[in-house]
Every structure is written in C-alpha cells, then in structure tokens.
Design a protein around this ligand. Structure first.
Ligand SMILES: [Zn+2]
Length: 491
C-alpha cells in the first residue's frame, strides 16, 4: 500500500484530481464478496404478541446451575450457562437472548440484549439513531445532531471470558444479567432506561466447557486448579484476544459482524483476570504509551470511567484496586473499539486456582509490579489488600460490581457519552492533521488472494473503500482505473 500525504510533496491539483476520480461511497468492485455469515439481531416481536405470551418465572442462578456463582469449586459448562440465559430471557421482559452463530467447535455463540421493556420494544429505532451518531455525515443539521444525542441511548458492550481459565469471567455475566433482570432499585431502573446493554457472556464458549470439564475431572486430585492440557481455543489458545485486526476466528467475526458493526457501542467493557499476587483488580487509566491514532477523548473517557469504577468499588469497601498500572492500551490487536469511537475498559481481577481458593500472604504479593507496588499505598493504589484467602466469590464480586458501576456511569452521563462519540466521529471525518490523505491499493501485479483477504478484512472492520474511475498518476507511479483507494477522512 502506498500512503498518500496531502502536503508539499503532493500538489493541490493532484489531490483535487484524485478527488474527482474517486467513486463516492462504499463503491469499488468487491473482490471478496463479503457474505454476512450471520445476520444482525432480529427485530423485536410486536408488543402485542409479546404481552400475549405468558412469561415463565425468572429463574435464580442456583435453580439452573445448581449452585451460587462464586461458590468454591463450582463451575458451569456452556450448555448449562446457555440454559440459564434462555430461561432468563423467557422470564424477563428486560432480557433478549440472541444466538449469533456457532463457535469453532459448533457451540451456540450468544449475546443478551438488556434494557427496559420500553427500549427493547423500540430496539430497531435506537439502533438506527445510534448509526447516525456513528457516522456524522448522516446528520444534516446541528438540530438533528442535538436531537440524536438527546433521544439516543448509551450503547454498552460487555464481553467476558475470552480467556477461559479466567473462570470468574464465565460466571460474572450470570450475576450481572440476573441483577439487571430482577432488581427494582432506582439505580438499576436508570441503567435500564438509559443504556442498551449487549452482553456477550463468553467470547470463547468452547473454552468454558473445556476448562469446566477438566476442572471437574481433576477435582480432589493433585491436578485440581491447574490449566487444562488442551488449548482452550483450538486455533488461537490464549491469543484469542489478539485477533481484532485480522478477524481470523469465527468468534471475533461474529462479534464484529453482529455487534460492533451493527450497534456501534460507545463503551466496551472486557472482563479478565490477572495473577493471584497482583492487585485485587486493575481498572484504567492505562499506562503510557498512548497509541497516537487514538482520539484523545477516548483516552479521557477511559481515564474518567476507570477512575469512577475504582471510586465506586472503594465506596463499597473493596481494597487492593490499582489504576494506571500494569496494562497499556497500545495494540490495535486488542483494542478494536479505539478505532471505532468507543472507550475500552479492561478489568483484571486477581485469580484463584480456577474455582479453588488460594491463600496469598501479604509478603507474597508481587513487590515489583508495573506502575505500583501491591504492598505499598500510593495515589493509584490507595488501599492495599492485606493478603489472605482469595476465592472465586471475591472475583465475581469485584467483577460484577465493576460492571454495574460502569453501567451506572453510562446511564448517568448518557448524553455526555453520546456527544463525545459524535465528536470523535466528526474529527475522524474531517481528518487529523498529519494523517495521510489516502492509501492507494493497486489492483494489478498483486497476489489476488492476498488482495481479496486484505480488502475483506478492511470491509469487515467497516473501512470504506473506493475505487478510482480513471487511471491516475501519483508520486511518480501510475495506478490503473479500478485501483482501491482508502480515504482516511471517514468514521
Ligand atoms: Zn485475560
């Protein structure tokens, strides 16, 4: 690919000529007809039909799983978890269950849509409104933009359990979904009214079952709590979370095609676990360096939201929370959302031995962690955890409280999140100073399979690709008509 800079090296006339030969919109001849493998979530059934259907009672987690999420030495495999989510959606008018497709090993890949019953009835209207905020070119006046911010809902995507040995991640969504389905407090009502939550209870359902079955088989043996001797994602293993610029795995493809590309979230929470000797939980701000192509408002958003979560947890009496430690947000391979206008919040709870408790004496806490010392109080680690027993119950408690705090913030500052999202898209459409004007991808003398793959990846990531209508000469090179052109001024 040849970067094209709009500076002294490229005359204004040449740039204008390029403009003229570009086909507008999502044109071009798609070499790789990108079949949508799986459709967007289906529209809501008519309200009348829904009301007519008798609802079954909302099940407790215990009624389906046979235990309380967080109980020592208890894990649930994917078939049991999906039974719970289906029963929850059947019992609650705040929860919709969606099967987006199938995993690598053929299991259902699932998302829940959670919001107030009123919002769920108008889901399609909110999706269309949010699509306008995601592409400011679709808004034709300041009044229309103000109305979209006023009327829209904050779209929050929560993804959990991409790393299957981080077992809290497969149980926390049970607690979160159940709380949102049953709680009648003002705080939960505000979340349901202002937020449309897309909850992916596991980004790697195959691994949930692999780890659960291994754990249950080794319970009471010397191998209890160890990692399975099998990759918990058969192709990608632990690196299944580094797939967000190549989209090689079906789980990534489903999430991008059916959720990111359709719903354009403003906030994404990704639930993880770190080592048992680190802080009890990491939340952003991230460490430097900041990836220079990430909009500053997203960095500000992650700083503010992460700090707000840490503050909420501290208010609930949780200790051992570190911010601005350990993790940066540099790589696009994990941070897809940073290139699509959304704030990425990573939370990392300390681990036990899968579902078996651990004892962590204070002096065994890692003394040389990145950016803080888990044995010393500091501005970004205000209340050290004293050491002791650490259990799965602690993990799911921290994780579900963090998720709930995030949703509370999204609800309280709904219009702020939407206005920032619109502003970020607007800046991208106008282009940043120093960005190349466009990339040209020649059509000739290329490996056609590689070219098709590249174009397919770009299109999946919702990059607009145009094609030159006439031959064009630029920077001493000739490009034939039909060359692909990616103008960087796009959302
Ligand atoms: Zn992880």
């Amino acid at each position: 690919m040849f970067p094209l800079y709009l500076d002294a090296r490229l005359s204004v006339t040449t740039a204008r000529a390029l403009w003229l030969v570009l086909a507008m919109g999502l044109g071009g001849t798609p070499l790789l007809a990108q079949r949508r493998q799986h459709a967007a979530p289906a529209p809501a059934p008519a309200p009348g039909r829904r009301r007519a259907a008798a609802r079954s009672p909302i099940p407790s987690p215990r009624a389906v799983l046979g235990f309380e999420p967080g109980d020592d030495r208890k894990l649930a495999d994917w078939p049991v978890l999906t039974r719970f989510y289906q029963a929850l959606a059947q019992g609650s008018d705040r929860v919709r269950y969606r099967e987006l497709g199938h995993t690598t090993l053929g299991a259902p890949f699932v998302a829940l849509v959670i919001s107030s019953p009123q919002n769920l009835r108008r889901l399609d209207a909110y999706r269309l409104l949010n699509a306008k905020l995601a592409d400011p070119r679709a808004l034709h006046s300041a009044a229309e933009a103000t109305a979209a911010v006023h009327d829209g809902k904050a779209i929050v995507l929560v993804t959990s359990g991409v790393h299957s040995t981080e077992v809290g991640g497969s149980l926390t969504p049970v607690l979160l979904a159940h709380r949102l389905a049953t709680d009648t407090s003002a705080a939960t009502r505000a979340i349901l009214d202002n937020v449309i939550l897309l909850l992916v209870p596991s980004l790697n359902p195959d691994g949930v079952t692999i780890v659960t079955r291994w754990y249950n088989r080794t319970l009471g043996t010397p191998a209890e709590g160890t990692k399975p001797p099998e990759l918990y994602h058969h192709y990608a293993g632990h690196d299944d979370n580094r797939d967000w610029y190549a989209f090689t795995q079906v789980e990534t493809q489903l999430t991008v095609d059916s959720l990111y590309g359709v719903w354009h979230p403003q906030i994404v929470l990704d639930i993880h676990q770190q080592s048992s000797t680190a802080s009890r939980m990491f939340v952003p701000p991230y460490l430097d360096p900041i990836e220079p192509n990430v909009d500053p408002l997203l960095v500000d958003g992650a700083n503010a939201l992460g700090s707000a979560i840490a503050w909420e947890l501290a208010g609930l009496g949780r200790t051992g929370i570190s911010i601005n430690s350990t993790y940066d947000a540099w790589t696009p391979s994990r941070a897809y959302e940073h290139y699509h206008g959304a704030v990425r919040i990573l939370v990392e709870a300390a681990s036990a031995n899968l579902a078996s408790p651990v004892d962590v004496p204070f002096d065994e806490l890692a003394s040389r962690a990145r950016g803080y010392n888990p044995r010393e109080r500091s501005w970004n680690f205000t209340a050290p955890w004293p050491g002791g027993r650490w259990t799965l119950h602690d993990i799911v408690t921290y994780q579900s409280e963090a998720a709930y705090a995030l949703l509370g913030n999204a609800a309280r500052y709904r219009d702020r999140w939407l206005a920032d999202f619109l502003a970020i898209g607007g800046r991208a459409v106008r282009g940043w100073k120093g960005w190349p004007y466009a990339y040209v991808i020649p059509r000739q003398h290329q490996d056609s399979v590689a070219l098709a793959t590249l174009l397919g990846i770009l299109r999946r990531g919702q990059v607009e690709i145009r094609s030159a209508l006439q031959p064009v000469a630029l920077g001493g090179q000739r490009f034939s008509a039909g060359s692909y052109v990616v103008v960087l001024r796009q959302p």
